[in-house]
Ligand binder design. Sequence first.
Ligand code: F6P
Length: 331
Amino acid sequence: MRRIAVLTSGGDSPGMNPFVRAVVRRALGYNMEIFGIEHGYQGLCDGNVIEMNARSVGGIIDRAGTILETARSEEFMTREGRRKALRTLNEHGIEGLVVLGGDGSLRGAMSLHEAGVKVIGAPGTIDNDMYGTEMTIGVDTALNVALNAIDMIRATASSHQRAFLIEVMGRHCGYLALMAGIASGAEMICIPEYPFELEDVARTLDEAYIRGKAHCIIVVAEGAPYNAHAIEQYLREHEDELGFEVRSTILGHIQRGGKPTAFERILATRMGCAAVDNLYQGNTGVMVGIQGHDIITTPIPDVVSHKKELDLSLYELARTLENPSTLLQQP
Ligand code: F6P
């Protein structure tokens, strides 16, 4: 294979730049010509192709975002859009494509694979919701950003005897919230995978107050049955009975803009190299992922047809530490 390309797609995630850097330099190491597609699949439809060299990826290993830019392309979802994308690849003689992105991006990769393009996928999303990998590129940095923010909020919460609801991203997946909640020692973690009622949140505040806590931190996943605003509204209606003043903070897109952590850079570098190695070896239609310490591959159809399950034993673990008496209540 002489000529390959790389694109980043969907919501950006920290680690995309180190990934692109690794892909470009690994490809050059194999004496391949390497191209970048700008603006994800939309750029593929529009023919936004640029040739890359070792210098085009210099000084980006520590930068969030993606120098190739990204998009969620509606045009590529259409038959006509995909025809345009195939035409771009043919016009430039591109024989293999590396796609970094989330679930939707991998679906796009599957459609190109089915159309005969040699494609290798890689998981890039802060949600960590993709089957076929224990960690996605972006989640470790997003988690650390969320954690730093929660630590800062706890300081002001304590000064004012307040309860804070802190909403983190993650779309339909509670991974970020669960891990941020464990790592910050939150009093409660609200996630889509574990049902709760507004009364449960109120009870948590009440119990924390009675235990003598100066603050109460509740981490809420954006995909939870009630978001932070809805919970705040309910709690404010019952503020007199709770002992804490209630505030909420939505962390939002700052979680996508953190400087990639060391873990992230190393993961992205390993996955980027593995993606090119797979193309070089003639493989196609697989996504690179990490399992334990090993970089593995999973067929893309398996990736997009399976839901990654959240390890709920970690949720139970967090509960026993939120309020140690829950451990005594277990059978
Ligand atoms: O999938 C990544 C993600 O950041 C989700 O956590 C969030 O729900 C969504 O993207 C936000 O999308 P947008 O950037 O389009 O607002």
